[in-house]
Design a protein around this ligand. Structure first.
Ligand code: F6R
Length: 256
């Protein structure tokens, strides 16, 4: 396994006037990556934040501006346990929002199996997949809500060397994600997630945040100490980071 170089460079923080501009710049960033390297390996997130970006990527594909034929996607995470048919599984999310509308081959869509009998075995298997196809050229990330500062489902306490594993979700995460389910009791208690080391090994990182619920975590992660108390802070150990923020998520950052 390759190791993460111990370098801290300043992330390129871009503050945009609307959430739609975040979507647009994020889509352009991904398209540029694929134009530069048509067989790019992308680590991709789910959640509310990237939905607009996926819509624009689908439109760009339909307009003939980008081709996903040689792209490989390594999803960040999946609930465990969850049925592959569950509308809120990340498998279904990716299909509904992205894969169903573009020309990425099925064999190039890689995501942890939420139906695996043994989550530890599945974690070991998914790590081997990442090692086989990675390191990713670009990892697109959201950031967890409130004080979680999670990336993937690396909740507080996740270490810099962590790899794919089964994790328990913080209650704050489950409360935030209850909006996607009928009831909080339906939100799975656990997940399979890429580890911090897997994410940092990407050649570049694009983090997206929108809305007031991300303001505290963005400030803490970009300006506070780097460490497991704020897992998103670890992105500052990657040498090529771009952070796209709307005004609300940037509201606690120091004024230039
Ligand atoms: C999802 C993921 C999570 C989300 C985060 C923010 O695949 O990795 O880290 O990015 O929970 O979710 P939203 O965008 O719904 O606020």
């Amino acid at each position: 396994m390759s190791t993460v170089p111990d370098v801290s460079t300043e992330p390129n923080i871009v503050i945009l006037s609307s959430p739609e501009e975040v979507d647009s710049m994020a889509a352009q960033h991904v398209i540029k990556q694929i134009h530069n390297k048509p067989d790019s390996v992308l680590t991709l997130p789910t959640g509310a934040t990237p939905v607009g970006m996926y819509k624009l990527l689908v439109k760009a594909y339909q307009d003939g501006q980008v081709d996903f034929q040689h792209v490989t996607v390594l999803n960040l995470d999946e609930y465990w346990p969850i049925s592959k048919n569950h509308q809120e599984s990340y498998l279904q999310f990716m299909y509904r929002n992205f894969f169903a509308h573009i020309n990425i081959p099925e064999k190039n869509r890689l995501i942890p199996n939420g139906e695996a009998k043994d989550p530890e075995e599945e974690a070991t298997y998914y790590e081997s997949i990442i090692q086989k196809y990675g390191p990713p050229d670009l990892a697109v990330l959201g950031i967890g809500p409130g004080t979680t500062c999670h990336i993937g489902f690396n909740e507080k306490g996740s270490t810099r060397n962590s790899r794919v594993r089964y994790v328990l979700l913080d209650q704050e995460t489950r409360i935030a994600n209850a909006k996607f389910f009928h009831d909080i009791d339906e939100v799975p208690t656990g997940a399979l997630t890429q580890g911090i080391a897997d994410i940092l090994e990407a050649k570049s990182i694009l983090m997206l945040a929108k809305g007031p619920g991300k303001a505290w975590g963005i400030h803490r992660s970009l300006y506070g100490p780097i460490g497991p108390e704020a897992p998103a802070s670890f992105i500052r150990d990657n040498p090529s980071v771009t952070v796209l923020l709307d005004l609300e998520s940037a509201s606690q950052l120091p004024k230039a």
